[in-house]
Design a protein around this ligand. Structure first.
Ligand code: SAM
Length: 346
């Protein structure tokens, strides 16, 4: 980067919020488009009844994303997760990832994907330096996969997961969102995967995100209940917490399994006090809490010709605006945030 372009936030990390949390992790939603139609994620426009999609102009260009990420990295962001929509579904994604990987000071780029396109991109991702991937999978049954996602891709995704485990990724995680009455009868089948494969299977509490998702308090299942079910299979042994690995509490199931289990409980035991994240949505809104709709429009600043300094200031303001915590508990009673998950990226 040329000298004149650098942002003049000189200290190691200027991104400290009002509650002394250091923000070092940015989740970047590359697109709101997806090749799946998960019933709890993609939402329809309330007036037209059609799928809500951003127009091409609304979407940040790769160049714009790169600029914002570069400034954020200069300010102390060291870990970046690419998400979406489906990040691998955006055209020329590998070219963009290589540009990100070339940024000084950014050595940790991760990806969350539905796994459909991993057969095409797996080795290219490793080559570009993306070593940690999370693959979302909510069922191990082909017909149910089709019901949940709208597409008949189960076999392809499963094959891609098996392949990814054999590849040179340093970490492969499989994320299951547990929904009572929809897939909770598969909790034990998912837990058993960790007995057979070197993978972390993570159980995620269903969150009330998006105005027309299928979230209801009776489809929600708490981490405690999920763990209790798993303990009918074998004892769970807690593993030491690894701060770099984020909010999951990790366990092994029984003795010496190749894989591990992780539990993410944003509602029943929120981890807001340790939250180190900012999110950049696919249309350029900075969001400091997944479950709060307060956002700052960095795209506007950028498209009005804003300097790096001003963009940096917007990132700083988003950090300062980060709420102490979210207000949703396990029985959120219909409260929700309305930002669509597909543009926020989870
Ligand atoms: N397309 C990619 C994928 O499928 O992983 C990335 C985007 S997706 C929005 C990111 C993650 O958010 C997925 O694991 C998905 O299951 C999860 N997710 C979406 N809506 C959710 C909700 N209401 N509660 C909990 N997790 C949710």
């Amino acid at each position: 980067m040329k000298e004149k372009d650098s942002v003049s936030f000189s200290h190691e990390n200027s991104l400290v919020d009002l509650f002394s949390r250091t923000i070092s992790y940015l989740r970047l939603s590359l697109t709101d488009r997806c090749n799946l139609r998960c019933l709890y994620c993609i939402t329809e426009d309330e007036t037209t009844g059609k799928l809500s999609k951003l127009s091409h102009d609304d979407l940040l260009s790769y160049e714009e994303m790169l600029r914002i990420v570069r400034i954020a990295v200069d300010m102390g962001i060291s870990k970046l997760r690419l998400t979406g929509g489906e990040p691998l579904f955006r055209r020329n994604v590998m070219h963009f990832i290589k540009q990100l990987a070339a940024l000084d000071k950014l050595d940790d780029i991760r990806l969350t994907t539905n796994g459909v396109l991993l057969d095409k991109y797996g080795s290219q991702l490793i080559e570009a330096g993306v070593r940690k991937i999370n693959i979302s999978l909510d069922t191990l049954q082909r017909s149910r996969f089709k019901q949940i996602t709208g597409k008949d891709y189960f076999q392809r995704v499963w094959q891609n997961i098996e392949q990814a485990i054999e590849m040179d990724f340093s970490s492969v995680k499989v994320n299951m969102v547990v929904m009572r009455g929809i897939n909770d009868d598969e909790i034990l089948d998912f837990a058993r995967i960790s007995l057979e494969k070197d993978v972390q299977v993570r159980f995620i509490e269903f969150m009330p995100v998006g105005s027309s998702t299928s979230w209801r308090s009776d489809t929600y299942m708490s981490m405690a209940e999920i763990m209790k079910r798993i303990e009918t299979l074998a004892p769970l042994h807690a593993l030491a917490a690894n701060r770099l690995e984020g909010p999951a509490r990790t366990f092994r199931l029984g003795e010496n399994p190749p894989g591990t289990l992780g539990f993410i409980s944003p509602l029943s035991h929120n981890f807001c006090d340790r939250c180190n994240r900012l999110r950049l949505t696919s249309e350029g809104k900075l969001r400091s809490c997944l479950l709060s709709d307060a956002e700052l429009d960095v795209r506007e600043v950028l498209r009005q010709g804003g300097s790096d300094e001003l963009i940096g200031q917007t990132i700083l303001n988003a950090t300062r605006n980060k709420p102490k915590g979210h207000a949703l508990g396990g029985q959120a009673q219909g409260e929700s945030c309305y930002g669509r998950m597909s543009r926020i990226g989870g």
